[in-house]
Design a protein around this ligand. Structure first.
Ligand SMILES: [Zn+2]
Length: 495
């Protein structure tokens, strides 16, 4: 038995002005052939696939096609989508004959020439493989599921948790694919689109309404005949024609049960919709005051408008400006993306003093540069080996450590992972646990600081990933949609 394996993943933020290109994919990791199995052996969804095959002692030939990740970023250029399609088609055509296809996707990618990247790539795969080869996809639960995706997939599994566990999702999807290939199950799929959006501040699956919705999915999965129940609270910055939340239920040859559960699951979250619209973020001024006044460190300041894991470019200056304005004298760590400032610092050299206009050069509609006089305290960067959000490494480009009073600023050419993992600071010889506060470019992925943080303060910052979704200029999303409009009636249906 021959199983093709591929992963093409990117999460598009429609409000980020920068574009995603093949160079972006190369920054995050673009591999073909056997290199995929070496790099992803124990990491991410492909690592999960390999582990599942081992668990089942599956006798098969893995045929790795492409591993392409680009994190979260702006819209893909048309050329980029065509290039990914060409590599996928070419790889699959060479891999034939194929019995099954494990195709790991994010689910919320949009390109200039197609707002449904995953549907587009699945259609390309089908053209090579034909209608009868099973295709199963592990997906991010922030995906925007489309009619085309549902029509082309035999099975799917969404992440069960936020923060995500891509390895575990890969395993679940692999087990589903193997069961289909053995003839143990005959998947019947039902789905419902739900006309709602919600901001990121209630997105953790460990609490609140999100936990209730996901717990219901787990409870149904324990029932006989239910293969998987996947809630999809779409990430809130995707402005596309089929945008919105959804739920997908897969049963074993029982379409009526799938339809019934999909209906109930859609209605359940619709009834809870107001509860997702509770804000926890505070103003920048108040956030910095709270961090300064905290009895002990390490206090996380979550820069909600500039989440690099949500697709913002990581060059916001709102918190930096406020730290300087309040004259904070306690140790504060923050990351910022600014290729020009990196060049200035490297040219000046370690130990020198430079004056730069820092940040605010990418998402210019939201942030402006801040003038600082800084000491160049270190030069580093490059590709760093660390498992973060399903990647085996990340590339921050060239990077420097700038000191401005008590502020230690890691300035990098690429957004990489923002400063969302302590290794970004340890790389420069700084232990974040000893600092008073750290700015993270995420509103949900605090797990890498879990064992050292005393408090998390969500900061209401403007930016491409801000929580106040009503302030964006939505163009494509189907209307009416809650809460941009008060949708009074909702009849669950497939599209
Ligand atoms: Zn996600």
């Amino acid at each position: 038995m021959r199983i093709a394996i591929a992963h093409i993943g990117q999460e598009t933020c429609s409000f980020t002005p920068t574009r995603t290109t093949m160079e972006t994919f190369r920054q995050f990791g673009l591999y073909t052939g056997d290199e995929i199995l070496q790099k992803m052996q124990a990491v991410g969804s492909i690592g999960g696939f390999l582990a599942a095959a081992d668990e089942e002692k599956l006798v098969y030939t893995p045929v790795p096609v492409i591993q392409a990740r680009a994190g979260a970023n702006g819209t893909l250029t048309g050329e980029t989508l065509l290039s990914l399609e060409a590599q996928l088609i070419d790889g699959l055509a060479r891999a034939l004959p194929i019995d099954g296809f494990f195709f790991s996707l994010h689910g919320a990618a949009a390109a200039e020439n197609d707002p449904d990247v995953e549907g587009y790539l699945l259609a390309a795969a089908r053209r090579v493989l034909g209608p009868s080869v099973p295709i199963v996809a592990p997906l991010d639960h922030h995906a925007n599921v489309t009619q085309r995706m549902i029509g082309l997939l035999d099975g799917l599994v969404a992440h069960r948790t936020q923060p995500h566990l891509p390895f575990e999702t890969g395993k679940l999807a692999a087990h589903q694919l193997f069961a289909i290939l053995r003839g143990d199950i005959k998947p019947t799929v039902a789905w419902r689109k739900i006309p709602m959006l919600a901001h990121q501040e209630q997105f953790l699956t460990s609490r609140g309404p999100m936990k209730e919705w996901f717990d219901q999915a787990r409870a149904w999965e324990a029932q006989p005949g239910v293969v998987s129940v996947s809630p999809f609270p779409m990430q809130p910055w995707l402005d596309v024609p089929e945008g919105g939340w959804s739920t997908v239920v897969i049963t074993d040859n029982d379409p009526a049960l799938a339809e019934k559960l999909a209906d109930e699951h859609a209605r359940m979250v619709w009834e809870m919709r107001d509860r997702f619209w509770v804000y926890e973020s505070v103003s920048v001024e108040e956030a910095v005051q709270q961090a300064v006044a905290a009895e002990k460190g390490l206090v996380i300041l979550s820069d909600t408008g500039d989440s690099v894991f949500g697709g913002a470019p990581g060059d916001s200056t709102h918190i930096l400006r406020e730290l300087l304005r309040q004259g904070v004298s306690q140790s504060a760590l923050l990351p910022i993306v600014d290729a020009a400032a990196v060049q200035v610092a490297i040219s000046a050299g370690v130990g020198s003093t430079i004056q730069v206009e820092l940040g605010g050069k990418l998402a210019m509609a939201f942030h402006q540069p801040v003038a600082v006089t800084a000491t160049v305290a270190g030069i580093g960067g490059g590709r760093i080996q660390a498992e973060v959000v399903g990647l085996e490494s990340f590339n921050m480009g060239r990077a420097v450590l700038l000191e401005v009073g008590a502020l230690k600023i890691v300035v990098s050419e690429y957004e990489g992972i923002g400063g969302n993992h302590p290794i970004v600071y340890r790389h420069f010889g700084i232990e974040p646990a000893t600092a008073k506060m750290v700015v993270l470019k995420t509103a949900s992925n605090f797990q890498y600081y879990e064992n050292m943080a005393s408090a998390i303060i969500r900061v209401n910052t403007p930016g491409p990933t801000m929580s106040h979704l009503e302030e964006f200029d939505w163009q494509q999303i189907p209307r009416p949609i809650y809460p941009l409009e008060q949708v009074t009636e909702f009849v669950p249906r497939s599209q």
